[in-house]
Ligand binder design. Structure first.
Ligand code: ADP
Ligand code: ADP
Length: 231
């Protein structure tokens, strides 16, 4: 079953003449990790922003869970699609627990349910809740802050995650650990994920499939070795 499908999608930003993406066609089956890989400026972030409707396409169609995204209520879309970026932008004057609780609170969950969920999420990303719940973002390492960003994106248990170079600014050793933990958690959660990176090694490690972008459009798509071996 297809969860996200892009059909000939184009985007030209206002005030520019060259499209950022052009005639892009992609299909992400439910439960798969699709990695978009390519050099800086080839349109990876634009593609993610089109999927969650931070921006609107200038051509083509985007289908989310069988429905044209333009017909899905934006609030519903936000509940169903978690978004993780490199500069996660935690609120500096709020505790880790308050940062992770953003989405549950937005959904009007009561205090008990929210607290329980926050602890569960911190556990899931490998941060001991009793130790980290009441800390502030500046007291965390880069890797730990990124974990909090992932926990926040998982707040309402969205079926879909968009991840834009989530481990990009992390040192290589920590990054390797975060990648491994991500794969372990994903094995359990089976989210539908579009994962953006410019690092081909990361793409092969993280993806079920990879789509190679070059200057605005996909030039090739492959199953990664782990997918081929799982068949
Ligand atoms: P990537 O994520 O692969 O680095 P982007 O999607 O960020 O690429 O950018 C694709 C192209 O669109 C680039 O040429 C970039 O300069 C341009 N672009 C991105 N955002 C905007 C914007 N808000 N306004 C105008 N041009 C943009
Ligand atoms: P992670 O693998 O989670 O990114 P690091 O390996 O970067 O963690 O950091 C190792 C330890 O150093 C962590 O347990 C963290 O508590 C501590 N640490 C790193 N940076 C800071 C900081 N700025 N303030 C407090 N503790 C820190």
């Amino acid at each position: 079953k297809s969860m996200i499908r892009l059909e000939g999608v184009s985007k030209t930003y206002p005030g520019t003449t060259v499209p950022a993406v052009e005639e892009l066609t992609l299909d992400v089956p439910e439960g798969d990790v699709l990695v978009l890989v390519g050099p800086s400026g080839c349109g990876k972030s634009t593609t993610l922003r089109l999927i969650n409707r931070m921006i609107e396409p200038t051509g083509g169609r985007i289908i989310f869970d069988g429905r044209d995204v333009t017909k899905v209520d934006p609030d519903e879309l936000r509940r169903h699609i978690g978004y993780v970026i490199q500069q996660i932008g935690l609120f500096p004057h709020r505790t880790i627990a308050d940062n992770v609780a953003v989405v549950p609170r937005m959904l009007g969950w009561d205090k008990n349910r929210t607290t329980k969920r926050v602890d569960e999420l911190l556990d899931m990303v490998g941060l001991d809740p009793s130790q980290y719940r009441d800390r502030y973002p500046k007291e965390l390492s880069g890797g730990q802050a990124q974990r909090v960003g992932v926990a926040r994106a998982l707040g309402a248990d969205p079926p879909v995650l968009l991840m834009d170079e989530p481990f990009g600014a992390i040192d290589p050793i920590t990054r390797d650990r975060l990648q491994n933990e991500f794969l372990r958690v994903q094995d359990e959660l089976q989210k539908t994920i579009v994962f953006v990176t410019h690092d081909i090694d990361e793409a092969i490690k993280m993806g079920d499939r990879i789509a190679i972008l070059r200057q605005r459009s996909v030039i090739a798509q492959y199953d990664t070795p782990q997918r081929i071996l799982a068949l």
